[in-house]
Structure formats: structure tokens, C-alpha cells
Write a protein that binds this ligand. Structure first.
Ligand code: GTP
Ligand code: MG
Ligand code: ZN
Length: 356
């Protein structure tokens, strides 16, 4: 395989094939480490460099979901004399982690692409919430990545509090591995480090102030990310404002994220008090990753329904919620975004014509 040193950044034959289809044969590829309005920070075999979008790429009608985000692989042109590389296109994503953005319209927003594992971080101290955890789990399994649950700040709670939270997670039949740690005493940090594999990408998500950046700083061994103290109620202040991919010394990659108070995963139902953890747990055994659990062969959820392990009404509610939050509205949002981009495109063409 050519580009063998890109493998340390997660490159493999799957992307190689993608690049063959989408990139200019003379062009190179690079991985997106951060995105800032119209500039990107890219990584390739020779290190980090800045890039902008090529004129052609800018005018192509792309939805916000299709624009490059942290973790993406892009086709890029850059000669040694150029200060900036020029991004020509984005390769298809193996996995994608996206959230539902708040607002009048339902819009989706990419969090990260090509993530192998998502570490769902909750603090034991004033942050633990099983319903929110379940919504994160749905979001992660929808995007095709493997979830882990991380409970932080165990130094601030008594063993009974931690034990009760772990019991709640167990009772909800959460299949994801659960780790508990403290960034202060470092208890549990080495156990986490030992699961971080070279060449794999890990994305941290969770509320503001739960210690995501502190944890990454601890793993790096240096203050690479800004952190800040939380209020007495345990609420963070949104210290991290940018998504950023960091390569650890052992070769594992971690993506830090700005904390969110609420992820609209199943439709931001604050008062949604039904638990779908059983269905989410089963869905990892479905034959298809994007199984809708309605008519697919090899669907573990339908099998459990047929044998009475899960309740029919419970299943119907799950499918309904999922459909509402997913397909219909998403295609609508995409259509709307396309219209917007098309409007911009028309304007830019007009400007070009006027100049001539
Ligand atoms: N006691 C204790 N404090 C912690 C622990 N982890 C982080 N903190 C503190 O919690 C505060 C917030 O930590 P951050 O790392 O900034 O949190 P974050 O999740 O990155 O927050 P955002 O960037 O806003 O999403 C800091 O003051 C940390 O020192 C922990 O395990 N125990
Ligand atoms: Mg942070
Ligand atoms: Zn299924």
C-alpha cells in the first residue's frame, strides 16, 4: 500500500479505494485535525499544515453535513512553496458522529468523522444522568462507532454514590464498557490509557465541565488544552470551543469537544422517561449497522420482539421517535441547506459575470 505512513493516522485500504475514486491521481490526502471557518488544520505523513478550500470545492453545492469536519480525510493539493494547501474534496466517511442542533429548524451537525470509539463522559459529581447517557448511546450507534462510558471525578463522591450509578447503568442493560476515573487522583486513568490503541481515533463527548480536556491533558502529559474550574453546582463554562484531534505518544488519536448541556439525539425529549437501553444494546447484534429494526433480515431487535423479550409497544415507540428525529426531518434539513447553498452559488456566478 502506498502512503504507508498515513496508516498511523488511521489510513487504510478502504480510504485508499475512496481516494482512487475521488482524488486527482497527482493529489495527496490528509486528515482534518481542526476546522476554523474557512481554514483547516491538516495532518499527513510530514506533519501539520494549514489549508483552505479550493474555489471549485466552495462552489459545489455541499450540505453542512458534507463539509469537512474533524477526523475527515480530504484530497488536498499543495506544492512545497505554497503556504496553504487547497482542499479539493472529502472522502466518504466510515463512521460519523452527529448531533441535532437546536433551533427553529431541525438541523444536524457533524461532531466528528471516522471515529472508532466514542467516550461518553459523565461526571459522578452532579452530572450523571441515565436518560442522557442512553441518548448518547443511540447517537453513537447510529453513527457506527463503538461506545464507551466514562465516569469522571470519582474523587468527589463517596463509594456508595459511584456504586449506585454503576448499578443504574447495569440495570439499564448498557452493553458498552464502563470505566470510572479521577483526573485528580489518577485512579482509573491508566486503565483507560491501556484501551487506547495506536492508529485508532477516540472522540470525547459530554457536558461542559466533566473533565474531557483535563483528561486529554493528563494523557498527553502536558497542558495542550485549556481547562477551567466549574461552579459549585458542578456546571462547566464551555471552556473548549473547538474540536481538535490530538495524536498521543502511543499513536492513538483523541478528539476533544466543546461540552454540551443537551444532545438532541432522539429528539431532545427532556421529559422522555422511557428507557430504550435494551433496544440499543440489542442493535449492536443486528446484521446491518444502519438497521432500522423494522424489516431487516438478521435484526436482533425484531428477533427479541418475536420471542417476547421486548414489548411491542416499547418497540413501536422507539421506532416512532427514531423516525421523527432521523429520516424525514433530516432530508428536509438537507434539502433546505442545499437550497441555501444553491442561492449562494447563484450569487457567486452573478458576481463573476458582472466582473467580466
Ligand atoms: N475533582 C476533580 N476535578 C476534575 C476532574 N476532572 C476535571 N476536573 C476539573 O473540572 C474542571 C473542568 O474540567 P475541563 O477539563 O475543563 O472540562 P471539559 O469537559 O473539558 O469542559 P468543556 O471544555 O467546557 O466542555 C477543571 O477545573 C478540572 O480541573 C476530576 O476527575 N476530579
Ligand atoms: Mg474542554
Ligand atoms: Zn435491527
Amino acid at each position: 500500500m502506498k502512503n504507508s505512513s498515513l496508516e498511523t493516522l488511521g489510513w487504510d485500504s478502504w480510504f485508499e479505494e475512496e481516494a482512487r475514486l475521488r482524488c486527482d491521481p497527482a493529489g495527496a490526502v490528509a486528515r482534518v485535525a481542526a476546522v476554523d471557518r474557512d481554514q483547516l488544520l491538516l495532518l499527513n505523513e510530514s506533519g501539520a499544515f494549514r489549508a483552505k478550500y479550493s474555489g471549485k470545492y466552495k462552489y459545489e453545492a455541499v450540505t453542512s453535513l458534507e463539509r469537512p469536519c474533524v477526523g475527515d480525510w480530504v484530497c488536498v493539493e499543495k506544492s512545497p512553496a505554497d503556504q496553504f494547501g487547497l482542499v479539493q474534496g472529502v472522502l466518504s466517511r466510515k463512521t460519523s458522529l452527529r448531533r441535532r442542533a437546536a433551533g427553529e429548524w431541525v438541523e444536524y451537525q457533524m461532531i466528528a468523522a471516522n471515529v472508532d470509539c466514542v467516550l461518553i463522559v459523565q461526571s459522578c459529581h452532579y452530572d450523571f444522568n441515565l436518560k442522557r447517557l442512553e441518548r448518547y448511546l443511540v447517537m453513537v450507534s447510529d453513527g457506527g462507532a463503538t461506545p464507551y462510558v466514562l465516569l469522571t471525578k470519582i474523587d468527589l463522591v463517596g463509594p456508595d454514590v459511584l456504586a449506585s450509578q454503576l448499578a443504574q447503568i447495569r440495570r439499564a442493560a448498557v452493553a458498552a464498557p464502563v470505566l470510572a476515573l479521577s483526573n485528580v487522583t489518577k485512579e482509573g486513568v491508566e486503565e483507560l490509557r491501556s484501551i487506547l490503541a495506536p492508529g485508532k481515533t477516540y472522540c470525547l463527548v459530554g457536558s461542559s465541565g466533566v473533565g474531557k480536556s483535563t483528561l486529554i491533558n493528563g494523557l498527553v502529559g502536558r497542558e495542550v488544552l485549556e481547562t477551567s474550574v466549574v461552579s459549585a453546582s458542578g456546571e462547566g463554562r464551555h471552556t473548549t470551543v473547538r474540536r481538535e484531534l490530538i495524536v498521543l505518544e502511543n499513536g492513538a488519536m483523541v478528539i476533544d469537544n466543546p461540552g454540551t448541556r443537551e444532545f438532541g439525539v432522539l429528539g431532545a425529549e427532556e421529559g422522555m422517561d422511557e428507557s430504550y437501553a435494551d433496544i440499543v444494546a440489542l442493535s449492536s447484534q443486528c446484521r446491518f449497522r444502519d438497521c432500522t429494526h423494522t424489516n431487516e433480515p438478521g435484526c436482533a431487535v425484531l428477533k427479541a420482539l418475536a420471542t417476547g423479550i421486548i414489548d411491542a409497544e416499547h418497540h413501536v415507540n422507539f421506532v416512532k421517535l427514531r423516525r421523527e428525529s432521523d429520516y424525514s426531518q433530516m432530508s428536509y434539513a438537507e434539502k433546505r441547506q442545499k437550497d441555501k447553498n444553491f442561492g449562494k452559488y447563484v450569487k457567486s456566478v452573478k458576481k463573476d459575470l458582472e466582473r467580466d
